[in-house]
Design a protein around this ligand. Structure first.
Ligand code: ATP
Ligand code: MG
Length: 415
């Protein structure tokens, strides 16, 4: 029979990869707690409308990447492609806004129908932080500082650069939009088909294109800076000033836009050159219009999401689990004794790998393969003498240990 394969763009997290993921989420959770961000979780699927309008019909996500389906009850459902819209839905349906400001940390799988390649999958994982209800630039600064500190704690901050831009307030954005339409219309023939469509709906999005020709034309486009009104300019200056105050280095990138429709003011990414084209490890920004767009009262918000698979490729290998003790029973009486002893040792928090079958040589080979710290041999002879054979697998030394001393001897060995 044909061996079943995973769906393209999905992958199994084998133990080493799972450890990397856990290290990333646990580090992020701990650092987020230092900033007062508490963990929550929302469902993996939502009604399609939760994502479609907020993210934007012209965004890559909504136009071609969502996993959407009609369920058996006829509801239009989408597997979440990002966290923010679902989280805002939760904030509104659970009536949490009265407690604003809200600070949330979450993580989990996301789903996007993309062309799989290094650092790009169809099921991938994000960690995500959101700060809802604060209009002041302090929120932008703290949320960026939190991202920076997580990267530092993971040991990867030094190979990332924080890129920073402002998209201005809605008024500045509209003025800039007009300027872009004029500019890109003059160079229409050089744009990709996708970007020509973007030009009508949301020209800013052309900057987000991965097509070489679009990128070339984008480079010479008018800069946002020239269209920012005084309020937007001042807001951005305060964000930059706060980052300077905290000694967080950044690089201004006037071409940085976010892939989703709802961003204004601050936009930022932590980017690495170590992962080829998929270099963005954290992307985020301010989304003051989103809560209102989703049916709530006008409420500011800012947040970011990090790609766990991309971070997993950057961090050093996390320490493995503690080395176990291999219990090697010999004969039926030994097997009964070992079964009980294994549980007693686990009561004392000693990790135990119980040999299930095979002759002595085969069980010892397994003990070595799993990296056991020591092997404990129990057969009829040992039981009769009230001892167990203890072999230190590092030194090779072997001795008989009285059963009532075994627990403490093993605890010191693995401790
Ligand atoms: P990109 O420009 O690489 O497509 P994006 O702008 O679509 O990224 P966001 O929506 O901002 O990405 O998601 C935040 C982070 O999630 C990204 O910076 C990246 O690290 C990660 N990410 C996004 N899409 C994928 C994917 N398909 N596979 C793996 N990680 C991803
Ligand atoms: Mg994308």
């Amino acid at each position: 029979m044909r061996i079943l394969q995973p769906v393209r763009g999905t992958q199994d997290l084998l133990p080493e990869a799972a450890r990397r993921h856990r290290r990333i989420t646990e580090t992020a959770r701990e650092v987020a707690a230092l900033y007062g961000f508490g963990e929550i979780a929302t469902p993996i699927f939502e009604f399609t409308e939760v994502f479609a309008r907020p993210i934007g019909e012209t965004s890559d996500i909504v136009s071609k990447e969502m996993y959407s389906f009609v369920d058996r009850g006829g509801d239009e459902i989408t597997l979440r492609p990002e966290y923010t819209a679902g989280l805002v839905r939760a904030v509104l349906s659970d009536g949490l806004l009265q407690n604003a400001p809200l600070k949330f940390f979450c993580h989990g799988p996301m789903f996007r129908y993309e062309r799989p390649q290094k650092g790009r999958f169809r099921q991938f994982h994000q960690i995500d932080v959101e700060l809802i209800g604060v209009a002041q630039p302090q929120a932008d600064i703290e949320v960026i500082a939190l991202g920076s500190r997580i990267l530092e704690a993971l040991g990867v901050r030094h190979n990332t650069v924080l890129e920073l831009n402002t998209l201005g307030d809605p008024e500045s954005r509209a003025a800039y939009r007009d300027a872009l339409v004029t500019y890109f219309s003059r160079r229409l023939s050089e744009l990709s088909e996708d970007s020509r469509r973007r030009l009508e709906r949301n020209p800013l999005r052309i900057f987000d294109s991965k097509e070489e020709s679009d990128r070339r034309v984008s480079l010479e486009a008018p800069a946002f800076g020239d269209y920012l009104n005084a309020g937007s300019r001042d807001f951005f200056a305060q964000v930059c000033d706060g980052l300077d105050l905290l000694g967080i280095p950044y690089r201004l990138n006037p071409r940085l836009v976010r892939g989703l429709d709802y961003y204004i003011h601050t936009a930022f990414e932590f980017v690495t050159s170590d992962l080829g084209a998929q270099g963005t490890v954290i992307g985020g920004g301010r989304y003051d219009g989103l809560v209102e767009m989703m049916g709530g009262p006008a409420t500011p918000g800012i947040g970011w999401a990090a790609g766990v698979e991309r971070l997993a490729m950057l961090i050093p290998e996390p320490a493995g689990p503690p080395r176990p003790i291999a219990l090697v029973p010999v004969g039926p009486a030994g097997e009964r004794a070992a079964l009980r002893l294994a549980e007693e040792l686990r009561d004392a928090a000693v990790p135990v790998d119980l040999g299930y079958s095979g002759n002595l040589a085969r069980r010892m080979r397994r003990a070595n393969r799993i990296g056991a710290r020591a092997a404990v041999l129990i057969g009829d002879d040992e039981i009769a003498r009230g001892v167990a054979g203890l072999r230190d697998l590092d030194s090779g030394a072997q001795s008989d240990v009285p059963l009532d001393e075994l627990r403490s001897r093993l605890a010191t060995l693995v401790g």
